[in-house]
Design a protein around this ligand. Structure first.
Ligand code: ADP
Ligand code: MG
Length: 299
C-alpha cells in the first residue's frame, strides 16, 4: 500500500481498507467481504446499499468491533479497531458506537424510558442524569407521550425510534444502522429515516446505514453500492483470499477471484517482496513470455 494512512486518518473519521472476511463452516468457506475500501468524514451520513447476502451486516460488524476481519483494517479516529483486545473493543462499542438493528434492540419488559436509561446506567451514569437524558432523547424523537409504554404497546416505527434513542444514549460519535426499516411500511419508514437525518444534522453524529432498499439509502448524503463483498466502481487490491498449495505446487484460485483479477488460462508468476505475484499473462507484455507458467488450478 503506497497511500499515506496517517494522512487519511487525519482527514476522515472512519477509514476502511482492504477489508476481508472469510467465514468457515466445517469445510465450507464463504468469502463475505473481498477487499472493501471507503472512508467516512466526521458528521457524514452515508448509506451502503446492496442485495441480501452482499456483505452489509458483516461489514457493520467489523466497523463496530463485534467481530474480527480475516484481513484489512478499520481506522476510527486513526485507531485500528480490528486489533483491539476484548476489553478495549467493549469500551469502543460502549463509548464510541451506537447500533440500531432491524429488530430486537429493546428489552421487552422495560418501558421506553427504562430502555433508553439502561445503557447509561450500565456505563455508570447517575439515575437522575440518565433519566433526564432519556426524556430529552425520547422527546426529540417525538415520543413524549410514549415514555411509559413497553415495546409490545408501541408500533413498529415507534419501537425503532426508541431503539435509536437507546443507541444514542451514551452520545456515540458513530451510529451503525442495519436495515432499521426492514420491517416497516413505507410511511413509517419515512418517519424513521427522517429521524436519523435529524440526528445527523442536529447532533452531528456520523452515520453508516446499510439497507437493500435504494429508497431508504437515498436519505443519506452519499450512497455506496455493495455487491458480492465488494464496493462497486472501486479498484481493488485483492489480497488474502485463502487457498492451499498442494505437494505439486498447485494452487486453486476461485473462479470469482480469477474473474476479478482478469486471470484466464495462463498467468505470470513473479516473486515480489510481499510474496508471489500471480498476474494475468495479457497484462505483463510480450517480452515476459519466458516467465510464463501454467498455474491453472484443478478442483
Ligand atoms: N456467521 C456466519 N457464518 C457463515 N457465513 C456467514 C455468517 N454471516 C454471514 N455469512 C455469509 O456471508 C455472506 C454475507 O452475509 P451478510 O453480511 O449477512 O449479508 P447482508 O447483510 O448483505 O445480507 C452471506 O453469504 C452469508 O451467508
Ligand atoms: Mg444483513
Amino acid at each position: 500500500m503506497s497511500e499515506d494512512l496517517e494522512q487519511l486518518a487525519s482527514e476522515y473519521k472512519v477509514v476502511v481498507r482492504d477489508l476481508m472476511k472469510v467465514y468457515r463452516r466445517g469445510l465450507k468457506e464463504v468469502i463475505a467481504l473481498r477487499g472493501i475500501d471507503f472512508e467516512v468524514r466526521a458528521s457524514e451520513f452515508i448509506s451502503i446499499v446492496g442485495p441480501s447476502g452482499s456483505g452489509k451486516s458483516t461489514l457493520l460488524k467489523m466497523i463496530g468491533a463485534l467481530d474480527r476481519p480475516t484481513a484489512g483494517l478499520v481506522l476510527f479516529e486513526g485507531f485500528n479497531v480490528t486489533q483491539l483486545d476484548d476489553v478495549r473493543a467493549m469500551e469502543y462499542r460502549r463509548n464510541k458506537v451506537g447500533f440500531v438493528w432491524q429488530v430486537g434492540n429493546l428489552v421487552p419488559g422495560l418501558t421506553a424510558l427504562k430502555n433508553v436509561m439502561l445503557p447509561m446506567r450500565l456505563a455508570g451514569k447517575k439515575k437522575s442524569e440518565a433519566e433526564s437524558r432519556a426524556r430529552e432523547l425520547l422527546q426529540r424523537m417525538g415520543l413524549s407521550d410514549r415514555m411509559r409504554h413497553r415495546p409490545h404497546q408501541l408500533s413498529g416505527g415507534e419501537n425503532q425510534r426508541v431503539a435509536i434513542c437507546v443507541a444514542l444514549a451514551n452520545s456515540p460519535e458513530l451510529l451503525l444502522a442495519d436495515e432499521v426499516t426492514g420491517e416497516l411500511d413505507t410511511e413509517t419508514t419515512d418517519h424513521v429515516m427522517e429521524a436519523l437525518r435529524e440526528v445527523n444534522r442536529d447532533l452531528g453524529t456520523t452515520i453508516i446505514n446499510v439497507t437493500h432498499n435504494p429508497r431508504v439509502a437515498s436519505y443519506a448524503g452519499r450512497v455506496l453500492r455493495i455487491r458480492d463483498g465488494l464496493i462497486e466502481g472501486q479498484r481493488h487490491t485483492l489480497f488474502g483470499d485463502i487457498s492451499e498449495v498442494d505437494a505439486k505446487g498447485r494452487l486453486v484460485i476461485p473462479e470469482s477471484v480469477r474473474r476479478l483479477a482478469g486471470i484466464r488460462k495462463r498467468v505470470v508468476l513473479r516473486v515480489v517482496p510481499e510474496g508471489l505475484l500471480v498476474a494475468p499473462l495479457e497484462s505483463v507484455g510480450e517480452n515476459n513470455n519466458d516467465d510464463a507458467s501454467d498455474a491453472e488450478g484443478h478442483g
